[in-house]
Design a protein around this ligand. Structure first.
Ligand SMILES: [Mg+2]
Length: 408
């Protein structure tokens, strides 16, 4: 059996999904997602210029050797662009493997550890009452967990994942359009004064059962993060996410020394080498890697297995930049992983997205159920894909009020 061809598509409804389709000489094909948000053309070029020419003629069943060929075979290893490109190939090869076995992917990992896997939604508000309305709407829909992000009184601009106008609530997705980034202004003092009380009010309003998550998005210094993690202990957060920039992992130790608030880290990590010490030293509670830019299923599964030995649960990244293909890969891992925690989940199920990526996967009452279709259980409609083209975008940049550049 041989890989006969592979194609890359860039585009989609509202997002520049990078979709890889690998064809074989036996007619079975596999799909992968190489979307790297706001840098989408780069993994696409890596695939087209370097990886696909090497893939042609390889046996698609040897997914491990192909992964090693691209990882060890590249002198300059790791990094989000190359790992996203390898990740798409790896997903597509697992998709082919599942189709050949006529089994849904989770069966190849070891079967199901649960039927429905818990997901969390994004709640957001310009202020606390607006945020409460958003949380309420998710609770009414049966969600068991929500991530809460709130406008900060006195902050000169909307901060991370917060809309500029009321009632954006459940449908709000940050606008990344335009190649030149928008600027957000950040003030740590205002945030630190406001956020612990706001989280406490959300807990009071919704009671003890709702799982509440909050994303600091790398904005704090280590000492400030320790202060926040300690201050919110009475709230009983499900997790506090990315309190400090991911490069300095010793910062996590400082936070850990001062607080028992669970920590979720790692959505920007690309390999096991960026999180193995955090996991082995049991400094985090949830690992946030994504199948997309952590080298696909083969590599992500190694991280999950290591995490499982150290009481660290999964909480895969699930921002809207992940296409239904990589989300399906994560949902299959979630169905299997003995150390599954939770899955970040945004409803991408617009008619346009469903038409481009048809599947029978279902979310119901805050739990995700994978379909029994062979492989990833997601298809890709190439005719629909012709409707879309690449649109440049950029993440905002963050500055302090005096103009100093800060962490987005
Ligand atoms: Mg995050």
């Amino acid at each position: 059996m041989k890989i006969s061809d592979a194609k890359v598509f860039v585009g989609g409804p509202g997002k520049n999904y990078v979709t890889l389709k690998i064809m074989t000489d036996q007619g079975v094909y596999g799909l992968g997602d190489a979307t790297l948000n706001n840098r989408e053309t780069l993994p696409a070029a890596y695939l087209q210029d370097y990886l696909i020419p090497n893939l042609i003629g390889m046996d698609p069943r040897n997914s491990e050797d192909i992964w090693q060929f691209f990882y060890r075979g590249a002198y300059f290893r790791r990094g989000p662009i190359s790992m996203a490109a390898f990740g798409a190939i790896d997903m597509a090869l697992w998709d082919i493997k599942g189709k050949l076995a006529n089994m849904p992917l989770y069966q190849l990992f070891g079967g199901k550890s649960r039927d429905g896997a818990m997901v969390y939604a994004h709640s957001t508000g310009v202020d606390l009452p607006d945020l409460m309305d958003s949380v309420e709407s998710y609770v009414e829909q049966g969600y068991k967990a929500v991530r809460v992000q709130c406008g900060i009184p006195g902050m000169p601009t909307a901060s991370y994942a917060v809309p500029e106008e009321k009632n954006a609530g459940g449908d709000y997705i940050t606008d990344f359009s335009g190649i030149r980034p928008k600027t957000e202004i950040w003030d740590t003092d205002r945030y630190m004064r406001f956020m612990p009380g706001a989280l406490a009010e959300i807990r009071d309003r919704f009671g003890p059962d709702l799982k509440i998550l909050h994303d600091v998005h790398h904005r704090l210094l280590p000492r400030e993060a320790a202060e926040l993690a300690k201050a919110v202990e009475p709230v009983g957060l499900y997790w506090l996410e990315d309190p400090t920039p991911a490069e300095d992992q010793d910062a996590i130790r400082l936070i850990r020394q001062h607080s028992t608030t669970p920590l979720a880290i790692g959505e920007v990590f690309n390999s096991i080498w960026e999180c193995n010490k955090l996991i082995e030293n049991e400094l985090i509670d949830f690992i946030r890697i994504a199948v997309t830019y952590a080298g696909g299923i083969t590599h992500a599964k190694r991280v999950v297995d290591l995490a499982g030995q150290h009481h660290v649960r999964t909480g895969f990244h699930g921002a809207p930049s992940h296409s239904p293909i990589s989300m399906a890969a994560q949902h299959h891992l979630n169905a299997w992983a003995p150390n599954f925690g939770i899955q970040e989940y945004l409803v991408l199920g617009t008619p346009e997205c469903d038409a481009l990526f048809p599947s029978e996967h279902k979310m119901r009452d805050g739990l995700f159920y994978v379909s029994e279709a062979p492989g990833l259980g997601v298809d890709f409609d190439e005719t629909e894909a012709k409707r879309y083209e690449y649109k440049p975008g950029s993440h905002p940049v963050v500055r302090l009020e005096d103009g100093t550049l800060w962490n987005y």
